[in-house]
Write a new protein. Structure first.
Length: 431
């Protein structure tokens, strides 16, 4: 019986040894490392007198198994052990082979690997000598796991302790190479919550019962990992998980800022809108530790300066960075999604090359993909597939960081390139 609520801190995907991208050379890269954030998580756990710390896989990054990663991790585990806070971990696809050996080398400290070799395992979390929570954990036995780990879950419990499942995998996937997890299989009697690593952007489905928390990375690692990041604090009592709180530990944030260039006569108006939007993000951020905001700038709208924007992207990325309220602001990339102010329906009248292309763009705009010439779409997909399998992207493919291009990608590129060609054809006709 739990007389008082229990608090546990958890996170997934530390990826120790890896560094966030797009950090300016003028800043100390190490101050944004996952190792630094791990040590801050440790401070939070000790300061809040947590009963345990749970790590849901990919603690060590497979591509960057640096000495610093082991040093930071050991230092944090050592501090937690001194404070009487045990650490429970599962391995993921990045550290399935290295984490068991690492934890063996840390046997002097209070840290345990759950579910080694893909075998479900249960342990109890204690407070003042009495069990208060039960963990059921599973670890990756290999880099690739093609089955749903929940299919092998058959643990039996004889007590009435709250039970939290801990594993690493791809929630919501019917199949895949990284432990595809069927969400409905977590709706099983006797389980009060789930902590699942692997997906880097945190998620807490509101309709899940019991609670399913995807904690995400405590420190974002690239521009695809937007929004707030940080470890989570779980409050648990006899009724299960009663409260979830994300802790403001990350000192880096990635965001996308969209600027409508449709009403602009030149490039001069972009900085003003950009600065206003980034200042708003910083102002509303709950992260008191935020030191750097990395922005992907997306330009939209139909504008006469469409061509100028395409050529000015690099210069904008260099000119826009600055500091706002003690937080650095830098630009990761500028994406030009503006379109020329062309009336497609007007141009599509007739049988000239621009008319044929305008008709194609109208079909894409209306979502009439089934009316796109099959040969055109096939050649586009073949070109994308050839690029995907190029040696330059081999590492990204093997690590699962790059997905095979599908039909949607081909259609999107066809549309973008079609607009460029149409604008060029019409411009030539005016000269």
């Amino acid at each position: 019986m739990i007389r008082e609520p229990v608090e546990i801190l958890c996170t997934g995907d530390l990826h120790l040894g890896r560094h966030p991208t797009n950090v300016p050379d003028t800043l100390d890269e190490s101050s944004f490392s996952p190792g630094r954030i791990w040590l801050q998580l440790v401070e939070k756990a000790i300061g809040r007198n947590a009963e345990a710390v749970i790590l849901a896989g990919d603690i060590i990054d497979r591509r960057n198994r640096l000495i610093e990663a082991f040093g930071d991790f050991e230092a944090g585990v050592k501090e937690l052990t001194r404070a009487g806070i045990p650490v429970y971990a599962t391995s993921g696809n990045h550290d399935f082979d290295v984490l068991p050996d690492l934890l063996t080398s840390l046997s002097d400290y209070d840290i345990s690997l759950l579910g080694e070799n893909g075998e479900w395992e249960t342990v109890q979390v204690y407070r003042d000598g009495a069990p208060v929570v039960r963990l059921a954990g599973w670890s990756f036995p290999d880099q690739h796991v093609n089955y749903d780990p929940l299919e092998k879950l058959d643990l039996k419990f004889t007590d009435e302790l709250p039970v939290i499942g801990v594993l690493h995998g791809d929630v919501g996937r019917a199949n895949g190479r990284y432990a595809p997890i069927t969400s409905s299989k977590m709706e099983r009697p006797g389980y009060d919550g789930w902590l699942v690593g692997h997906i880097h952007n945190s998620d807490l489905p509101s309709d899940s019962d019991p609670v399913v928390l995807i904690p995400g990375t405590p420190q974002p690692l690239d521009p695809t990992e937007r929004g707030l990041h940080g470890p989570w604090a779980l409050t648990i009592d006899e009724g299960g998980v009663t409260q979830l709180e994300r802790l403001p530990v990350a000192n880096l944030r990635y965001e996308k800022v969209t600027v409508d260039a449709g009403e602009m006569n030149g490039l001069e108006g972009i900085p003003k809108i950009f600065y206003a939007k980034t200042e708003e993000i910083i102002k509303n951020s709950v992260h008191s530790e935020l030191k750097l905001l990395v922005v992907t700038l997306e330009l939209t709208g139909r504008t006469d300066i469409y061509g100028d924007l395409e050529g000015a992207k690099e210069q904008l990325a260099e000119d826009l960075p600055r500091e706002s309220g003690g937080t650095g602001v830098t630009v990761a990339s500028v994406i030009n999604r503006t379109l020329p102010p062309i009336d497609l329906e007007e141009v599509a009248r007739g049988n000239s090359p621009p008319a044929v292309l305008a008709e194609l763009l109208l079909k894409l705009e209306r979502g009439q993909e089934n009316q796109i010439p099959e040969e055109l779409l096939q050649k586009s997909q073949e070109a994308l597939t050839e690029t995907y399998y190029a040696n330059a992207y081999r590492v990204l493919r093997t690590q699962g960081e790059l997905s095979p291009p599908g039909k949607e990608t081909a259609l999107e590129i066809l549309e973008r390139q079609g607009w460029k060609i149409l604008d060029c054809l019409l411009s030539q006709g005016k000269t």
